[in-house]
Design a protein around this ligand. Sequence first.
Ligand code: FAD
Length: 472
Amino acid sequence: RTPDVECRMLVLGAGPGGYTAAFRAADLGLDTVLVERYAALGGVCLNVGCIPSKALLHAAAVIDEAAHAKDYGIDFGAPKIALDALRSYKEKVVGQLTKGLAGMAKQRKVRVVEGEGRFLSPNELEVQGAGGTTLIRFEHCIIAAGSQPVKLPAFPWDDPRVMDSTDALELAEVPKKLLVVGGGIIGLEMATVYRALGSEVTVVEFMDQLMPGADPDLIKPLADRLKKQGVAVYLRTKAAKVDAQKKGLMVSFENAEEGKPAAIEAQLFDRVLVAVGRAPNGAKIDADKAGVQVSDRGFIPVDRQMRTNVPHIFAIGDLVGQPMLAHKATHEGKLAAEVAAGEKKEWVARVIPSVAYTDPEIAWVGVTETEAKAKGLKVGVGKFPWAASGRAIGIGRTEGFTKLVFDEATHRVIGGGIVGVHAGDLIAEVGLAIEMGCEVADIGHTIHPHPTLSESIAMAAEVFDGTITDLY
Ligand code: FAD
């Protein structure tokens, strides 16, 4: 069969990885086709992930700040929430970005083909769209088909009161009682939104810590605040069964340790959000017909140039492995496009920051203290409590702290963690420090503007260095 479209570069999936790869490939002179099953570009991140969640978290922060203002003499009264308007705001934010992407694709002459793509051979992809089937023959391909929420099989998914993150972002209603299954980043961000909007929120987490992966000391200020706000958190707990009844979802729980009773009794919830992780889409695109290896779990293995086992086919983003983060996907997308265009490059990023946009935010990058201990690394830690920061006191948010992890022998920064408002914005400096091989003195001697929260990074360096010995 003769192909309907021929191109040098085909990108499958228009999430942050895919659109970045397509734009870069086009900029480098490759005629590029971008295949996406949905009408809007932007993938999970723009449509049902990073962006809508942050728009709603902004609203949550405003509600909380308005309540807090009472402490300094300004009373806004109780918030009146117009859910339709809030939903429109979120949709406007998303629409602005996705329309922007469509414009950027057009400007670069990237041809967008809408429909579900599947490989037919190592150089052919068939796209099933509303308008029929399109056969595309390509020279190079970048697979960027992303991931989707894990659906626990024991739950009644045909009941709209059982939600994944996409459903929760729809904001159909503010349930009176919400159960969040999974105390990771996504679960806790959504818990933050719904709690601020007025839901009574319960979180259950199977592991013995919220957000496993972050140092426990970073979690504590968030756990304390959630408790103060009335969010019930149960660790080492599993939501075992959900029984859909007319008056609500009856959920029963089990202790993570077999034989032990659960700390929370079976009870009715108005809605249940399941946020227990994401599964890669690697196994859904007939990659085998292109000869591309896919793991049992659906991940596609790649080398340091993002090449799969088939040299002219690359893979990037959520479907090549953890961490499943947009900024990892975009970095990989750029790299894959550049390598396909003939540049001699490989993955060089040393570290990838993680951020939970909860309240307070939690951000970390590089080696964590827990990891350093487990690996027997000789490290030193500089920790600066925000209770000693003029800016944190001024905004009434002193529960945060900043810590830097140093190699004890070289005094180079190898990791860092921040908990507090705007931690996600602040962590970039620590990432730069690690990438540049900064020593403690480099950070301590860099003049940070006063009074800012960024000073806490320099202060943490000075604490480690012994320049600051008495914080109070
Ligand atoms: P995706 O964004 O998953 O895009 C893949 C695209 O491929 C999709 O558009 C899909 O429709 C398309 N596709 C798949 N199969 C086919 C096919 N066969 N044919 C055609 N098209 C196909 N990350 C952050 O860094 N920061 C955050 O704050 C953040 N918040 C998040 C909040 C939530 C609620 C969620 C769910 C995720 C969040 N993430 C965040 C993660 C982030 O969204 C992902 O890491 C990122 O979207 C991955 O990009 P990607 O390009 O690999 O894939």
